[in-house]
Structures are given as C-alpha cells and as structure tokens.
Design a protein around this ligand. Structure first.
Ligand code: FE2
Ligand code: FE2
Length: 310
C-alpha cells in the first residue's frame, strides 16, 4: 500500500482527528497518532518536541484529512467560531508553518505559492484586527528550532512592527509576511545547523551561511509567480543600514524598507530561538547591539511591541 505524507504542522487545535497517522521506521509504517487524538497546549508541545516533520496516512483516509484541514482553517480565522484565541492561533501558526514548508520545499510550485499568499492575506487581517492574536502568536515557543516556525514568528513581529511604523496597506504587510516566511529558504534546503552561535561555525559553514540570502534569491528569481518584494526580503534580510551587512553590503538608501523591518525582527528571533536567549534579554540586547544597524525608530518600536507582550 502507498502511504501519503502529511505535514505534522497541519495537526493543530482541539478538533479530534478522524484518521490514523503513521510514522515510517526502518521502511515500516507504524501507527503513531490515532483517530480521536487532538493537538493543543501540552500535547502539541510534546508532538513538536519529537522534531517529526512528516507523518503518513492511508490513501482511503485522504478525504477525511482534507476535511479536517479545511474545517480547522475556517475555524481558526473566524473570530466568531466560539473557540479560544489560543486554540485558534495554534492552528494559524501551523497553517503558516505548513505553507512556508511547502513553498521552501518546492519553490517552483505556483499553486503552493499562491495558496501561501492567500493565507498570508488572511493572516495579516487577523493580526491587524485582533492584537491579542498577534501577542499569542509571537509567544508560541519554537521548541524544535524549526526554520519554518522561525519564519512565522518573524512575520508576526514584522507585521506588528510595520503597523507601529504607520504601514497601513494590507498588501504591503502581505508581502512582508511572505518574505518573512521564506527568508531563510536556503537554510531549509541546505540543512545547515543554524541553531548555534555563528562564532562556532567552521569556515565552510560560515561560507554557506554568508551566501544564504543570495543563494535563495537565485533559486527563486526566475520563478514568475514570485513577487519582487518577496525576493527583495529574501535577498536583503541580513543587510544593515550602515552597509556592513551581507551579502551585498547595501546601505539604507539602497535597501527595500520592508527588508529592514524583517531584518530587525529576524535578528530578535534568531537570538531567542537559535542562540537560546530569553525574550527579556534579547529585547535588551536589541537596543545595545543594533543601533546603527537598524533605524533607531524601528528598534524602539520593536522593543515597545515586545515589552507590551510581557
Ligand atoms: Fe537569514
Ligand atoms: Fe532568519
């Protein structure tokens, strides 16, 4: 029998699954989570702790899986669904992580890109209209140091920062969201272990690291469905306004303003997720380390956003 892969990031929320999910161990499929299980709170944290990215279902149950997915998505974005905000944001986080993984795995797939873009529009709406959702999303711990989850957190903070900086066009925030989700596409593909201090990288790893924005931009720039503002963020998210970032060493006048917003939020989430710093310490360090690298107003607004979430 052919089993069908599903992403673990799609298993979220308190709705019970009505299908069995298997893991592949030594070429054998073993029942791992069963009909009737649901994934929220502690249960979800434990599942994520397993660092499993994919599970499998039997083909007969694909319609049930699809049905579970679409019901969860509708419910998560619906303020009046009667579900708690926490439950909804856990599902939204999973939807966004799944979309990021889909596109990073297959950037040439136009359908996946467009699905991610549609969801990014709904995501922006949610964040703008429900500040509580923004705060809860930003606080979902990235326990497995997942690159796609990192993208979701960066997008959450970046949309919040953009709003504070007076960006009110939802289309701009949609591009910021897409760029944030996909900014580390090259890390996702090369599997470079970035969950360490960059000071500990070997020279070879450092070369791979330093080339990640350009390598990713090259992979997507000929794809007609990719929006230029998204490519700009992928290419420029490690640049600093003083021209001392990489890969091109562009200064502020040459940078896409969206890249500067995403770059700063990336810098914060990198400290928390990949360098193991507490949120409080990382917030303090933002101000200490980044003056000159990012506009002062951006740093102040991101600090204020983070402090409002304590
Ligand atoms: Fe990066
Ligand atoms: Fe990043």
């Amino acid at each position: 029998m052919e089993y069908l892969p599903i992403r673990v990031s799609t298993l979220r929320g308190d709705a019970q699954i009505n299908f069995d999910a298997f893991v592949k161990i030594n070429e054998k499929f073993v029942l791992y989570v069963r009909k009737g299980d649901s994934f929220e709170g502690e249960r979800l944290t434990r599942l994520k702790g397993k660092k499993l990215k994919k599970m499998f279902i039997v083909p007969d149950e694909e319609p049930k899986y699809r049905d579970y997915l679409s019901k969860n998505i509708e419910m998560a974005f619906d303020k009046n669904s009667g579900k708690s905000v926490q439950n909804r944001v856990e599902i939204v986080q999973g939807i966004q992580q799944n979309n990021a993984e889909e596109v990073m795995e297959n950037p040439e797939n136009e359908q996946s890109y467009n699905a991610a873009k549609d969801a990014a529009g709904r995501f922006v709406n949610l964040l703008i209209n429900e500040p509580e959702a923004l705060e809860r999303l930003a606080k979902i711990a990235n326990v497995d140091q997942n690159i796609a989850h990192h993208g979701v957190t960066v997008s959450t903070l970046a949309v919040g920062l953009a709003k504070r900086l007076g960006i009110s066009d939802p289309k701009v925030s949609q591009m910021i969201t897409m760029g944030s989700l996909l900014h580390d596409l090259d890390h996702f593909q090369t599997q470079l272990n970035i969950a360490r201090k960059t000071a500990d990288f070997t020279p070879e790893e450092m070369t791979t690291y330093k080339s990640h924005p350009l390598a990713a931009a090259r992979k997507v720039q000929d794809k007609k469905h990719f929006d230029q503002p998204v490519i700009n963020i992928i290419l420029q998210h490690e640049e600093f306004i003083d021209g001392k970032g990489f890969p091109q060493g562009l200064n502020e006048s040459k940078l896409d303003p969206n890249s500067v917003i995403v770059g700063l939020c990336n810098c914060f989430d990198r400290m928390v997720v990949f360098e193991g710093m507490s949120r409080a310490d990382a917030t303090k360090k933002l101000m200490i380390d980044n003056v000159g690298k990012y506009p002062l107003g951006h740093i102040q607004q991101l600090s204020a956003l983070l402090n409002s979430m304590k």
